[in-house]
Design a protein around this ligand. Structure first.
Ligand code: URA
Length: 434
């Protein structure tokens, strides 16, 4: 393979063979393909895209660049969910135990958040003692015995993504839909799953800002997942206001437990029920979405989802006492209300601003090396369409470093657009791509 020739071929709109793609990815991981040539090829892909066949080959080559879990010895469906990330998105945390309680296994390997608040792993690690770095055999044991286990990406899972993502990050090629799809799917396929539900967020505070781009990504992911042998469905969901009331790591653990107790915010519960219902269908536990949803609601009502959560926390070394006593979670030292500057109706909430406020308080990270403060964040006090009077709280900041309060306050105040027109929040699920 002459790499310069490969780059030219892609640049001119030609198609690469699976064998060539597999050599490229092996070279990226092994060092045979230097960064400057890999970067040039990524830019050619950015402009020319990948054909369906190229995308499958690219994803398979990435997947097999590292360890792949084999869960075929476990009976029944193995289904995961992936979200492209939103503000207050704690859905995976109540979802996985509820789906497991209904008989479908959920092997979940998540990433850490960069920007906004933390990712699922950061949230789980706010439970004292909770370990997300379990060895592979322990992960498989957790899935087999409890029905779910949630761990972090390791060096040996899809190492090609680590190299390629780092290059994309500094060469203006992050935004390529086929490259995003290959990156997401290769990591999910490594879990050894048979089904996958994707939650593609759209709106302010989401990775995909427009519905058109989100739909493009959802269609590419669904096509790629199904062609790779995993039953895949995507939900396009609205991210024009945070999910639930809590934004911040330990705060989102509290809200997740409230969902499992049957005391969660309606929007959060509804999304868990919708996605969970679909996971039960893909996992073969039921043939109908409505029945799947009813079972998820049943697992909330009878406490079986909460019981699986307790077992998972114990299995992963966490303090199970947090389930009954939120005081055992990290707590911020101060709380400060952000009040409405004028009265009126909440017309819009800029989720990006809310996420940034949580980041400023220490709840997210700007670089991979930043440490997260699990205790801080904010609680939304009013949602889209709510009436507020001047001076009434819009949100409460939970703070450890009071020097951050002015910046976080300004971000939250600016994020709330208050006006006169009546507003009602639209549906969270915008579209389903099958
Ligand atoms: N998330 C990923 O895992 N990969 C991307 O390329 C973008 C978002």
């Amino acid at each position: 393979m002459l790499m310069a020739e490969v780059i030219r071929r892609k640049r001119d709109g030609g198609e690469l063979t699976p064998a060539t793609i597999s050599e490229i990815i092996a070279g990226v991981v092994g060092g045979g393909v230097p960064d400057y040539q890999a970067a040039a090829l990524l830019m050619a892909v950015y402009f020319r895209g990948l054909t369906d066949a190229e995308l499958v080959a690219w994803t398979q080559a990435m997947l097999h660049s590292g360890d792949v879990f084999d869960l075929s010895h476990l009976p029944g469906g193995k289904v995961d969910k992936h979200s492209t990330g939103g503000v207050g998105d704690k859905i995976s945390i109540p979802l996985a135990p509820l789906v497991a309680a209904c008989g479908v296994k959920v092997p979940m390997i998540s990433g850490r958040g960069l920007g906004h608040t933390g990712g699922t792993l950061d949230k789980l690690e706010s439970i004292p003692g909770f370990r997300t770095d379990l060895p592979s055999a322990r992960f498989v044991e957790g899935v087999a015995t409890i029905g779910t286990c949630m761990i972090g990406q390791t060096e040996s899972i899809v190492p090609a993504d680590k190299r390629l993502y780092a290059l994309r990050d500094v060469t203006g090629t992050i935004e390529s839909i086929p490259l995003i799809a290959a990156s997401i799917l290769s990591k999910k396929l490594a879990e050894g799953i048979s089904g996958l539900v994707l939650d593609v967020k759209v709106g302010s505070g989401a990775f995909m800002k427009t519905r058109e781009r989100a739909l493009g990504l959802a269609r590419t992911l669904v096509g790629l997942g199904n062609r790779s042998g995993v039953k895949t469905v995507a939900y396009l969901t609205d991210m024009n206001e945070p999910i639930g009331w809590a934004v911040g790591n330990a705060l989102e653990i509290e809200e997740s437990i409230e969902v499992l107790r049957g005391e969660g915010p309606a929007d959060t519960v509804d999304l868990v029920v919708t996605l969970g219902g679909r996971m039960l269908v893909l996992g073969g536990a039921t043939g109908a979405q409505a029945d799947g949803e009813a079972r998820i609601r049943g697992a909330i009502a009878d406490g079986s989802g909460l019981e699986v959560f307790r077992r998972m926390v114990a299995f992963q070394g966490g303090d199970v006492g947090v389930v009954d006593d939120f005081g055992r979670l990290p707590r911020a030292s101060a709380s400060v209300d952000v009040v409405a500057p004028v009265g009126g109706t909440v017309q819009a909430i800029d989720c990006e601003g809310i996420g940034l406020a949580a980041l400023v308080l220490g709840g997210g990270r700007r670089t991979k090396e930043d440490a997260i403060d699990p205790a801080v964040g904010l609680r939304m006090r009013v949602r889209l369409g709510a009436e507020v009077k001047a001076g009434e709280p819009l949100a409460t900041l939970l703070v450890n470093d009071v020097s951050k309060v002015p910046e976080a306050t300004a971000l939250v105040r600016d994020a709330y657009i208050i006006g006169e027109a009546p507003v009602s929040a639209g549906p969270r699920v915008l579209e389903v791509v099958e």
